[in-house]
Design a protein around this ligand. Structure first.
Ligand code: SAH
Ligand code: SF4
Length: 392
């Protein structure tokens, strides 16, 4: 359980632990459900406003609990509606959260660590080193705050849509779907922060909290094999695997974790994962690096890899940063590469660019805080342009 100044930060407490905690205070289990709804669905941070809880219980909560997100340093909204938050997680560290609205969904990209130990060559977070794991409350806090801020900017129209006499709490619940998808693709390697990640995922899926379906929550990993197995067992959400190279020699260079868990082991873990979720597929992410992993031969090797797992392939145009010494493959090369794959029946998409106007500001922040992540740039839009959807 997460504590702040000795009090329990309720943003970090999933349902089972909350039932135990309210039980210890002499309350029935359904009180935990009510509390979850107030906190996560209605977004209420003031215990006195939780009117269907007994007064005594409310004062116990006020005394023992808090509800705190990491402080927001900046919030920016792009002309295309993409939003970005920079959260202060202490010790001069910041993490980024990005919201990408689309016609039929809204995707929130969340960070799991301040920095990252995996140190991938092409990743600015990796270059920054590792500071610390985020707590469950800090992970869920990004979601809570994002929803809160998005909601604040749309009350009038939404209230009208909810019908006459709708309360703002009811509207708030209705607008849970504003964030319809969550991707753990921000800063950090989520599976190396497993103990804090798991309760956060459980809250995302909990019907009394964010109520997202299993397939609308994606964990992205560089391939931490033992924790892929644990996730398959504990909470088999959608899985994205950062592949980036089609052979061990190159992947050892680009994703150093490959030296510990080479491709054969990674592929085997992907297949074990799918045994727990047989109707799902793995999304392989592949960042397109000019002259490094983007040749026709690489494409042919990639076809062989993708034949071994039920998967889709997402090609990500590389977002350069000065220290990397790497460049982005040209659009023509990306097209050629993807058509080689498509011709072989691989379901391939290319990630598209959004929110560029606020990324510039993100770069400017680098001097003040350790914000060299440019997540919104690398994520840009989780929505991909489908090249084709040919079943393999
Ligand atoms: N650590 C996890 C999740 C965070 S990174 C992982 O590696 O999967 C999310 C995605 O952004 C990964 O696929 C990662 O490889 C990609 N990425 C990192 N740096 C990038 C860059 N400079 N340009 C484009 N994509 C990048
Ligand atoms: Fe860490 Fe992912 Fe970046 Fe690699 S790509 S350094 S695993 S955040």
């Amino acid at each position: 359980m997460t504590t702040t100044d000795q009090r329990i930060n309720l943003l970090g407490v999933e349902s089972n632990s909350l039932v135990r905690q309210v039980g210890a205070w002499g309350n029935k289990p359904f009180r935990a459900k009510q509390l979850l709804r107030w906190v996560h669905q209605r977004g209420i941070a003031d215990f006195d406003q939780m009117t269907d809880l007994a007064k005594g219980f409310r004062s116990t909560l006020t005394e023992n609990c808090t509800l705190q997100t990491p402080p927001v340093i900046t919030q920016k909204v792009s002309t295309d509606g993409t939003r970005k938050w920079l959260f202060d997680v202490g010790n001069n560290n910041a993490v980024e959260t990005v919201f990408i609205p689309e016609d039929d969904r809204g995707t929130l990209c969340i960070s799991s660590q301040a920095g990252c130990t995996v140190a991938c060559r092409f990743c600015s977070t990796g270059h920054q080193g590792f500071n610390r794991n985020l707590t469950t409350a800090e992970i869920v806090g990004q979601l809570w705050q994002a929803r809160h801020d998005i909601m604040q900017d749309m009350p009038a129209a939404r209230l009208a849509a909810a019908g006459e006499g709708a309360t703002s709490a009811a509207t708030h619940e209705q607008d849970l779907r504003v964030i319809s998808n969550v991707v753990m693709m921000g800063m950090g390697e989520p599976l190396l922060n497993y103990d804090q990640l798991l309760p956060a995922l459980q809250l995302m899926l909990d019907d009394n909290a964010y109520g997202l379906s299993r397939r609308r929550v994606t964990v992205s990993t560089s391939g931490v094999v033992p924790f892929m197995d644990r996730l398959a067992h504990d909470c088999p959400v959608a899985l994205a695997v950062s592949l980036h190279a089609p052979n061990d020699a190159l992947r050892d260079q680009l994703v150093p974790l490959n030296r510990k868990y080479p491709l054969a082991e990674l592929i085997a873990a992907c297949n074990r994962y799918l045994e727990r979720a047989p109707r799902d597929f793995i999304t392989f992410e592949y960042v397109m690096l000019d002259g490094v992993n983007d040749s026709d031969e690489h494409a042919r090797q990639l076809v062989e890899i993708t034949r071994q797992v039920k998967c889709k392939l997402n090609l990500i145009p590389f977002n350069p940063f000065p220290e990397s010494g790497l460049g982005r493959s040209s659009n023509a090369r990306i097209r050629q590469f993807s058509s080689l794959l498509v011709d072989q029946g691989v379901i391939t998409t290319v990630r598209k660019t959004r929110g560029e106007d606020i990324d510039a500001a993100c770069g400017q922040l680098a001097g003040d805080v350790k914000d060299r992540t440019r997540i919104s740039e690398r994520m840009q839009a989780f929505k991909s342009i489908p090249i084709t959807e040919i079943s393999s």
